[in-house]
Design a binder for this molecule. Structure first.
Ligand code: GLA
Length: 664
């Protein structure tokens, strides 16, 4: 795919918003910035098909030819995330319905129900038209299907499809009634027709119902994607097909499962913190993408791509923050360090109007005579110099992530409102990141060879297979650090009985009888001087020994962190959310005991170090996220400057170095 050997650099390009003379300027500016790939047509349906069945593709022909003549490759999008107004008027039944029963109208984007036959048929048709015309266009490098799949719906089509999906999953109503515990609140179903989508109701929903609804939508959206993918593949099997995953707390689909169906995992990443938090989030997003990519078709390289990020903008706390000079480059290189095939942005040129008129762009409203465009040019030069980097990221810690646990911890009726799988994964990842410990994200069941330490944050749902995954790892000599709320419920969100964390009690050597969720500002002192937040619980020891105790509150004197020797390995249990420094110390200790060292043990605080490599060589990425110059012991040739470094790299404030390390 990186057919000319260069990294992909560019982003969403919307020529349909501009007259043809601007296209020529765009292509010239792209050439100057060394742009290699642009995504065209993501929301262009009404320009491509202004009336049902009437296609106007001449403008796209011209744009693709212009790009091709300039040596710029194209990720051609299918425009199905934004059906035109004529479509909604012709098929009002395909407009989405909210849980409250409100039917939404066009006037924004994503106004469709992906379970509605008319929508699916129209999406297939426009995809066929694009495939017929462009599948062999020389500029085409990649198909980009749709945009950020995640729209759900409660319309009658969705209801019918949901019932069909439930019948497939559960087989018969007895099994479903049992899985959903419908004996509670008299919800027993005697006919499939009685089951609807979880619409607005009087009080709390049934957790099994909610969980299956999330699974259903993940599968239904995947089917909408594969519909289009199959059309595109049939037209030219040589061109890879993907779709851009949306990230964040709101994870609408099971990305790891989707990875089997895309030829390349692609993510959109928009940090929501302005300070170092943005860098922590960047590292996590990239590690998630790499982890999902491991689930690709057998034999396929676990490659992934940063498909969208904002050039000069972090949206946080209700406003847009401008990135300081150099940050766009540093964040882009951070993604490449963690395995991305390049850095693509939303968007190339800032639009004049429309809902996202103030979203940042490589060519901002100020035009090419601007700091952002000048930085875009420098970024193009830098990425050009990184083309030789390849190989896997060196990581010996596995970090568990599970879409369904995330969904289940969003249910109402839990012991506290602020429980969140994604936040727990992020907290563990942040602690590892600050400790300099590289990790790969793993989904329950993934092979754990080569990972002496497995970290399991709030893996709420654990059936026997998932529990066995942790147990076998430890029994065979691995180390695991498991946090509260892991192993509490089964795959249908029913509680494992006889003490928490039911599915993992044996391997952890603990038995928890009671939870003590903490208030928003509540902290509980720990005996090692740290504090716990969010959660605490009464931990009974059934084989484990106490590492750290609670030092205050109702649990004073009782275990907070424990360690259990199980088989040939060790299992730690952490019954609260430690403060960041304590968490970092704890993970450093667990890693040391497991024989895992930081990537660059002497890197100063605030300098991120990532090593990539394999048979072709080894590359060390050093990213200075501080506002002071920093020195890091290392040696090699800096690809960005050609400087040879013999003992230490001197990084300017906010600076970056990528060393080709000496071999042998
Ligand atoms: C997502 C979408 C884009 C745009 C950006 C704005 O990534 O894919 O179309 O809306 O967000 O942040």
């Amino acid at each position: 795919m990186r057919d000319d050997g260069r990294l992909w650099y560019g982003g969403d390009y919307n020529p349909e918003q501009w007259p043809a003379e601007v296209w020529r300027q765009d292509v010239e500016l792209m050439r100057r910035a060394r742009v290699t790939l642009v995504t065209v047509g993501v929301f262009a349906w009404s320009r491509l098909e202004p009336e049902p069945g009437r296609y106007t593709l001449d403008w796209l022909d011209e744009v693709l030819d212009l790009l091709h003549d300039a040596g710029i490759r194209v990720a051609l999008a299918t425009p199905t995330a934004s059906p035109p107004p004529w479509f909604s008027l012709a098929h009002p039944d395909a407009l989405p319905v909210t849980a409250d029963g409100v039917r939404l109208h066009h006037g924004s984007r994503d106004t469709y129900c992906a379970a509605a036959p008319a929508y699916r048929a129209a999406a297939r048709r426009i995809t066929e038209v694009l495939a017929d015309r462009y599948a062999h266009h020389p500029a085409l490098a990649l198909w980009h299907v749709h945009n950020e799949y995640g729209t759900t719906c409660h319309c009658p089509h969705a209801e019918v499809a949901f019932r069909r999906w439930l019948a497939d999953r559960h087989g018969d109503l007895d099994t479903l009634n049992d899985a959903w515990t419908t004996s509670f609140w008299s919800q027993h179903y005697t006919d499939w027709a009685q089951i609807g989508t979880p619409r607005a109701t009087q009080y709390l929903h049934n957790p099994g119902h909610l969980l299956d609804f999330r699974r259903f939508w993940s599968d239904t959206l995947l089917a909408a994607y594969t519909d289009q993918r199959d059309v595109l593949r049939a037209a030219n099997p040589a061109v890879p097909v993907t779709t851009n995953y949306v990230l964040g707390d709101w994870v609408p689909v099971d990305h790891a499962r989707w990875a089997r169906e895309v030829d390349l995992v692609a993510i959109d990443h928009y940090p929501s913190a302005v300070d170092l938090g943005a860098e922590e989030q960047t590292a996590l997003a990239a590690d998630l993408a790499r982890g999902w990519a491991r689930h690709g078709a057998p034999g396929r390289a676990p490659d992934w791509l940063l498909m969208e990020t904002a050039p000069n903008l972090i949206y946080a706390a209700g406003r847009m923050h401008t990135k300081e000079p150099g940050r766009m480059l540093r964040q882009s290189v951070a993604h490449v360090a963690r395995g991305s095939r390049g850095a693509l942005f939303f968007q190339w040129r800032a639009p004049r109007g429309g809902a996202e008129r103030f979203h940042s762009a490589l060519v901002p409203h100020a035009g090419a005579d601007s700091r952002v465009y000048r930085e875009a040019v420098r970024l193009g030069q830098a990425l050009d110099r990184l083309a030789e980097v390849r190989g896997r990221v060196a990581a010996r810690v596995a970090l568990a992530w599970d879409a369904a646990s995330g969904w289940a911890l969003q249910h109402p009726g839990l012991p506290a409102e602020r429980l969140n799988h994604h936040e727990e994964v992020a907290a563990a990842h942040r602690a590892l990141w600050h400790a300099g410990l590289a990790c790969d994200v793993a989904v329950p069941g993934d092979p754990l060879d080569g990972y002496p330490l497995l970290v399991v944050p709030a893996l709420y749902l654990a059936d026997e297979a998932t529990a066995g995954w942790v147990r076998d790892h430890v029994h065979g000599g691995g180390h695991a650090l498991v946090t509260y709320l892991s192993g509490v419920a089964d795959a249908h969100a029913r509680i494992h009985l006889d003490g928490y964390p039911g599915a993992l009690r044996d391997v952890l050597g603990v038995r928890v009888e009671e939870f003590h969720p903490l208030g928003d500002d509540e902290r509980v002192a720990l005996t090692d001087g740290g504090t716990g937040t969010v959660w605490a619980e009464t931990v009974g020891l059934t084989g484990a020994r106490t590492v750290t105790g609670y030092a205050g509150g109702v649990l004073a004197g009782q275990p907070a962190v424990t360690r259990h020797t199980y088989g040939a390995g060790v299992a730690w249990y952490v019954s609260t959310r430690p403060d960041d420094a304590t968490y970092r110390r704890l993970l450093t200790e667990a890693a040391t005991q497991a024989g895992v060292a930081p990537t660059c043990p002497d890197a100063p605080a605030g300098v991120e170090a990532v090593r990539r490599g394999g048979d072709d060589g080894s590359w060390l990425f050093l990213l200075n996220h501080t506002d002071r110059p920093q020195t890091v012991p290392a040696s090699g040739v800096d690809l960005l400057t050609d400087a040879t470094v013999t003992d230490a790299v001197h990084l300017p404030a906010g600076g970056v170095a990528v060393l080709r390390e000496p071999t042998g």
